[in-house]
Design a protein around this ligand. Structure first.
Ligand SMILES: Nc1ncnc2c1ncn2[C@@H]1O[C@H](COP(=O)(O)OP(=O)(O)OP(=O)(O)O)[C@@H](O)[C@H]1O
Ligand SMILES: [Mg+2]
Length: 510
């Protein structure tokens, strides 16, 4: 049956290709109330990078989980080299040569790079001792093979996201993975690290390894991909070779409509100073000074690790400051915990949805209204009617994809979890909203809706502090941008000075 399907496809494409190493045929996956995948088929050839794109909740990660033995499909077949496989658990998939490079890294942080790469497969000496010399030497060879500049003896906890991602790839490679799956690998790494990743992928392609690459940044498809599959609501709505398809067409397939211009003109009226931060220092940032005015979107740019989040955390009371003053409407305020910050009209859309943003085992609804419970309660009694209205409005406004507001937040797709965080802070009606990588993992359509919301908020006289590594977003939205480097604010750029080159130049200047 697989041969027929393949033959048909070959005929349609008109080229005589080899048999795909991976064939997914008619996979469906049903969760209570959700058909996450609906009759999805996909091919992957040797030495190929296949990209999967689609809106938040389209089913991308679910497919990956079916391919890697995390989920068992409700229906459908997976063939490797033409042979039917049935993965009962992740180690079955690993043994068959499929490895996932997760975004939330699954390495042992207290072990070295080489211990992680060879975990469970250590070379041994007599007397049951690990042969560290060989271990490090073998690791060195693998890292050199892949063109990675990491030391085998480094402890993993000292590596940044990009380097740990590379260790994961090296580990998969050393285990003989022929298919490596990257689910939003670019979300937390810098542009130059991403280019390095592409280099490694290309290098591995030449060695006959294949990749499935998921990203919301469509530009990347053109830099790394060979073919693309577009998912919508669990259905594969199209596939093509990247060279044949334009971004516009991909977006239309994903979203089901044309999306217009992303950014509104910045003709918002700017009012008086609403916030001033003086000499803020903590264990990461030194002596930061800046102001925010009513109606402004103030961008914070800089490389990952430059201290932008840490600065915001100290302002909001998440991180202890060692010095510094915060003034709101000209009056100095003492903020030592987030509750104080909220009282003074601050909101914080955090970057890390797993630790500070969401309560995963609570419902979507209670996560949304959590920070405003006191506002919708009277004498300790919660007004359920009002709560429901707010929850439903929020779900609709940001198009949160969930079977109901009662669903556990942890069951939503990554991007939809991020939307919950956005909604909850939008409801707090904060005067000053700090957004830390707010659109990380969010699809193009929703990004645009979020940009419109920020524009509306600032037109009402509120202010936004926008920390973002997506330069087009920072430039498209901000009235002014502070650039940070090594924990310091190195420059302030005005609207007319905002270009990607200029920001990059200051981000990297010594
Ligand atoms: N364990 C689960 N229980 C219930 N529903 C789930 C579970 N996992 C995923 N879903 C649902 O399946 C659908 C597809 O989710 P999936 O995570 O595959 O989306 P995605 O395409 O990866 O989205 P994103 O871009 O946001 O990461 C979503 O509606 C999600 O809520
Ligand atoms: Mg996902």
């Amino acid at each position: 049956m697989t041969k027929d399907y393949y033959a048909l496809e070959t005929e349609i494409l008109g080229v005589n290709m080899k048999e795909p190493i991976l064939q997914v045929r008619g996979i469906s996956k049903i969760f209570p109330g959700v058909k996450a995948l609906d009759n999805v088929s996909l091919d992957l050839f040797e030495g190929e990078v296949v990209c999967i794109v689609g809106e938040n909740g389209a089913g991308k990660s679910t497919l990956i989980k079916c391919l890697s033995g995390v989920h068992i499909p409700t229906q459908g077949d997976i063939f490797l080299d033409g042979k039917l496989v049935n993965f009962k658990n992740p180690s079955d998939a690993i043994k068959a040569g499929i490895s996932v490079v997760y975004q939330e890294h699954k390495l042992f942080s207290n072990l070295t790079v080489s211990e992680n790469i060879f975990f469970g497969r250590f070379p041994m000496l007599k007397g049951n001792f690990i042969d560290y010399k060989k271990l490090n030497k073998d690791t060195e060879k693998i890292l050199a093979d892949l063109g990675m500049t990491i030391s085998p003896k480094d402890i993993v906890s000292t590596l940044n996201t990009s380097k740990s991602q590379m260790v994961e790839i090296a580990k998969a490679y050393s285990r003989g993975a022929r298919i490596m799956i990257l689910d939003e690998p670019s979300a937390s790494i810098t542009q130059s690290e991403l280019l390095k990743l592409f280099e490694i992928i290309n290098n591995l392609k030449l060695k006959g390894r294949s990749f499935i690459y998921i990203s919301h940044r469509l530009k990347e498809l053109y830099e790394v991909g060979d073919r693309v599959y577009v998912f919508k609501d669990g259905v594969n709505v199209g596939s093509d070779s990247i060279a044949n398809i334009e971004t516009k067409q991909i977006i239309k397939m994903m979203v089901g409509r044309d999306i217009g211009k992303s950014f509104k003109p910045k003709d918002r009226p700017i009012g008086k100073e609403i916030m001033r931060v003086e000499n803020m220092s903590n264990n990461v940032v030194t002596d930061c000074n800046f102001v925010v005015r009513e109606g402004e979107i103030v961008g914070f740019a800089g490389l990952v690790g430059s201290g932008r989040s840490e600065l915001a955390e100290s302002i909001f009371g998440y991180r202890r400051k060692t010095s510094g003053k915060v003034f709101i409407d000209g009056i100095e305020v003492q903020i030592s915990k987030p509750k104080d910050a909220i009282r003074y009209g601050l909101g914080f859309v955090t970057e890390d949805r797993k630790t500070t943003g969401l309560i995963l085992n609570k419902s979507v609804g209670s996560n949304i209204t959590y920070p405003i419970l006191d506002k919708i309660s009277k004498f300790g009694w919660l007004n359920f009617g009002k709560e429901n209205v707010l929850i439903n409005e929020s779900i609709e406004k940001l198009r949160i994809k969930t079977p109901s507001s009662k669903q556990e937040a942890g069951n939503l797709s990554g991007g939809n979890q991020q939307k919950i965080i956005l909604s909850k802070w939008l409801l707090t009606n904060s005067k000053i909203l700090i957004c830390d990588e707010p659109t990380k993992g969010i699809d193009v359509g929703t990004k645009q809706e979020f940009y419109t919301i920020l524009d509306e908020l600032t037109r009402m006289g509120k202010a936004v502090i926008l920390i973002s590594s997506e330069l087009p977003e920072v430039i498209g939205l901000s009235n002014r941008v502070y650039v940070m480097r090594f924990g310091k604010i190195v420059t302030e750029l005005q609207e007319q000075e905002l270009t990607e080159e200029k920001i990059a130049e200051y981000s990297m200047k010594d």
